[in-house]
Design a protein around this ligand. Structure first.
Ligand code: FES
Length: 65
């Protein structure tokens, strides 16, 4: 789904950025997400933080495999 309508940024793009270890500032710089009207920022940050938390939780599982 589109999270940032101004810049056509999807939740998938946000999740992939977080999973790749990028910061939210990186995402903003690369995609323009939340850099125009700003109405998407809360949702974009929430999705980003959830994906980053999931990534962090996965690390011990990957190390153990
Ligand atoms: S909807 Fe994302 S900057 Fe406007």
């Amino acid at each position: 789904m589109y999270v940032c309508i101004c810049n056509a940024v999807t939740d998938r793009t946000i999740r992939e950025a977080a999973a790749s270890g990028h910061s939210f500032a990186d995402l903003r710089r690369r995609t323009g997400c939340s850099d125009c009207c700003g109405s998407c920022e809360d949702m974009a940050r929430e999705i980003f933080e959830e994906a980053r938390a999931a990534r962090t939780l996965d690390l011990p599982l990957l190390a153990a495999a």
